[in-house]
Design a protein around this ligand. Structure first.
Ligand SMILES: *Cc1c(COP(=O)(O)O)cnc(C)c1O
Length: 256
């Protein structure tokens, strides 16, 4: 991701509507530049730290699917807003003790990077009688602090997911390098697309590999140019967060 400007907090529905419109316009323009149809990219508004009042505003503007990094926060919001037909994507690293919650309420999990989590999640989903759309997270930046599989681990990993019938494998997800050099950010997205294309050529039955979830507030246009089908945008819509990103991608903490 590119280093970002300071985003003003959207407090009113008018401010929120203006920010959504601007992001949708920029997505459309990036699709146009890349010669892609605009329906080929889904905007996933990322609502971590966004309170219920503003979430309900986003719902009022027509958004029905939100991304959350932390399971506890997502689970809390799903409960508070159970009166509305909202779908929740969990986009952050999943600790095994949180699997049972994800199996109950999430419709998509974008950060699968371990077999242990895959197996336990599949078991829980069976108990709940549910299925879950899943993206495999890849560490395309080589940064220690990022979760996700090393690129060379992805092909054998995906093959091992075949027995987990409740997991509907849909594609790959990544966070790009934190850098102000656009070419280095772009390299991360190119790597993810290349991996996806490689997987597609030899895909186990029942899986699809169409989705590429990449691009955030600071870099979603580059991601679209490189084939993103899902962009995860938080701050450019809702405003800057109080907590630094290291709170969400803890440094030094490795996947359990
Ligand atoms: C927070 C977050 C985003 C969105 O980042 P913004 O800078 O708010 O656009 C995207 N992906 C993940 C995994 C996140 O945790």
């Amino acid at each position: 991701m590119l280093t970002e400007p300071h985003y003003a907090k959207a407090e009113t529905i008018e401010e929120l509507a203006a920010n959504f419109a601007e992001i949708e316009n920029r997505i459309r323009a990036a699709c146009c530049r890349a010669g892609r149809p605009e329906e080929s990219v889904r905007l996933l508004p990322v609502t971590k730290t966004v309170d219920e009042r503003r979430l309900r505003m986003a719902y009022g503007l027509g958004y029905r699917h939100f991304g959350e990094n932390k399971v506890q926060e997502a689970w809390g919001k799903a409960g508070m807003m159970a009166d509305l037909p909202i779908e929740w994507s969990v986009i952050g690293h999943l600790q095994t003790n949180k699997i049972k919650y994800v199996a109950r309420f999430a419709t998509e999990f974008q950060a699968l990077d371990s077999l242990r989590v895959a197996e336990q999640l599949n078991n829980r989903l069976m108990q709940e009688g549910r299925e879950l759309d899943v993206l495999v997270q890849v560490n395309t930046s080589g940064e220690e602090s990022k979760y996700g599989l090393a690129p060379q681990e992805v092909v054998p990993f995906v093959r091992q997911l075949v027995p987990f019938n409740q997991l509907k494998i849909k594609g790959l997800m990544t966070l790009a390098l934190l850098s102000s050099e656009r070419s280095k950010v772009r390299d991360c997205f190119v790597l993810l697309r290349t991996l996806r294309d490689k997987l597609r050529r030899n895909l186990p039955a029942g899986m699809s590999m169409d989705e590429l979830s990449m691009g955030m507030s600071g870099d979603f246009e580059i991601a679209i140019e490189e084939g993103a089908t899902i962009v995860r945008v938080g701050q450019a819509i809702f405003g800057a967060r109080a907590l630094p990103d290291s709170h969400y991608w803890p440094e030094g903490e490795r996947p359990d």
